[in-house]
Ligand binder design. Structure first.
Ligand code: GUN
Ligand code: ZN
Length: 439
């Protein structure tokens, strides 16, 4: 057993439904050897109950639940920062040429290591990861995530039209390769499989049907893809699927929608699509820096909530500009402030919820992670800015918990994430002198 003593923030009660930030100024959290939180309360009481257990003093910082990224592309870490093009041009000029390089397994292994390090050192403990078009590269990602210990759901990305030829597959090959990967990794440790057509634009109906057949065959796997990101994309999908009622229907007709499904973006949905997302329990990954970089548009958060559609945050690296969900949170806030049709006024508690408990819910892990309550797994991050940095000054002069949390979203970066735990085990710890995140 280990007892952590810290100032703790989390959102066990949904702030979109009237809940408030839970801020505990001086809290003890006891974690058993398998990573379960078994006690949370006053430090004195923790000591009385557990007199002989190790106590780790984290009062010089802030303890939060691990961040949950519901949409991030493994092959795109080296593509971050390409500015000035909308989605379809960005795919052609930037993302897809880089993705083609992952055909080389040595290259894919290097990228997998950089990617998993990027997630962990930013405080992301759980992620739904868009994999690669190459099975060997997806295997490299699962291998690295397993070694480091992150909670990762991912799979083979499938496409059979429109993309460059090396990225294409066939329905039969997609099924066979996906099934082999899922057999190797789905349910291994903290890893799960996600059936992942890139988007309807690069999928024949036969490919989507093969993806749905694999999803049905696996049991407990996820479906993830993109939807309604860009107006040119939406128009092209309508041309390619004349029988479909709308973009969502291209996935729905194949039988892919279910509660274990996450669609990224949905910047331009119809009301009928929002109704159907809610009916099927499909969640949406909102990716604010990507929506800004690619000028995709303003995410209609109010309409999603009005229809009862679950929304969480995604970094969408590499159209997104980095792994930090602090940055995604503050960018979500900016865009809601500026939304021409009237956005939601997001508080810091909303941002923490979107980055943690909402993500846990979207990934069907709400019974295990998302906050730091008794019974949950100890997936946590310790934020401790260097003395004298603006965030350190902000923490010391904040007027209260909500103000301190707002300062974290405004100023926090991966450099402020000092220690990251998954299931009670340290997955990365930043060396204060060098600033490096080590595993
Ligand atoms: N739609 C299809 N592929 C992609 C991708 O890699 N990134 C984004 N943002 N949208 C996509
Ligand atoms: Zn994406």
């Amino acid at each position: 057993m280990t007892i952590y003593r810290a100032r703790v923030f989390d959102t066990p009660q949904n702030p979109f439904l009237g809940g408030r930030l839970r801020g505990d100024a001086d809290c003890a959290i006891a974690v058993d050897t398998d990573g379960t939180i078994v006690f949370r309360g006053a430090p004195d009481e923790a000591r009385r109950r557990l007199p002989d257990d190790d106590l780790v003093d984290l009062r010089d910082g802030l303890l939060l639940p691990g961040m949950v990224d519901t949409h991030v592309h493994f092959p795109q870490i080296r593509a971050i920062g390409y500015l000035g093009t909308p989605l379809l041009e960005w795919l052609d000029q930037c993302a897809l040429p880089e993705e083609a390089r992952l055909a080389n397994t040595g290259y894919a292994r290097e990228v997998a290591s950089e990617f998993v390090t990027g997630l962990a050192s930013s405080g992301t403990t759980t992620a739904l990861v868009f994999g690669s078009h190459f099975a060997t590269a997806v295997d490299a990602l699962f291998t690295e995530a397993d070694r480091v210990g992150l909670r990762v759901t991912s799979g083979l990305v499938t496409a059979d039209r429109i993309l460059p030829e090396p990225l294409l597959t066939t329905p039969d090959r997609a099924f066979a390769e996906g099934e082999a990967l899922a057999r190797a990794w789905h349910g291994t440790g903290r890893l799960r499989y996600a059936v992942t057509p890139r988007f309807s634009l690069s999928s024949s109906e036969a490919l989507l049907q093969s993806d749905a057949a694999l999803l049905a065959a696996l049991g407990g796997a996820f479906f993830t893809s993109h939807i309604n990101e860009n107006l040119a994309e939406v128009a092209a999908v309508a041309d390619l699927f004349p029988e479909a009622r709308d973009y969502l229907d291209t996935y729905d007709r194949a039988g892919l929608l279910q509660p274990r499904a996450v669609l990224a973006h949905n910047v331009h949905p119809t009301d009928a699509e929002l109704v159907r997302l809610a009916e099927t329990g499909t969640a949406v990954a909102h990716c604010p820096t990507s929506n800004s970089t690619l000028a995709s548009g303003f995410f209609p958060l109010r309409r999603h909530h009005a229809h009862g559609v679950r929304v969480a945050l995604g970094s969408d690296v590499g159209a997104g500009t980095g792994f930090s969900l602090f940055k995604e949170g503050v960018q979500a806030y900016f865009m809601q402030q500026l939304a021409p049709e009237g956005g939601v006024a997001l508080s810091a508690a909303h941002l923490l919820h979107l980055a943690t408990s909402a993500g846990a819910d979207a990934l069907d892990l709400a019974d295990q992670i998302g906050d730091l309550s008794v019974g949950k797994r100890f997936d946590a991050i310790w934020v401790r800015p260097a003395p004298g940095e603006p965030l350190d000054i902000g923490f010391r002069h904040a007027s209260g918990d909500d103000d301190a949390l707002a300062k974290l979203f405004a100023l926090g970066t991966p450099a402020d994430v000092a220690t990251v735990w998954v299931d009670g085990r340290v997955v990365t710890r930043r060396d204060r002198e060098s600033g490096r995140a080590d595993r």
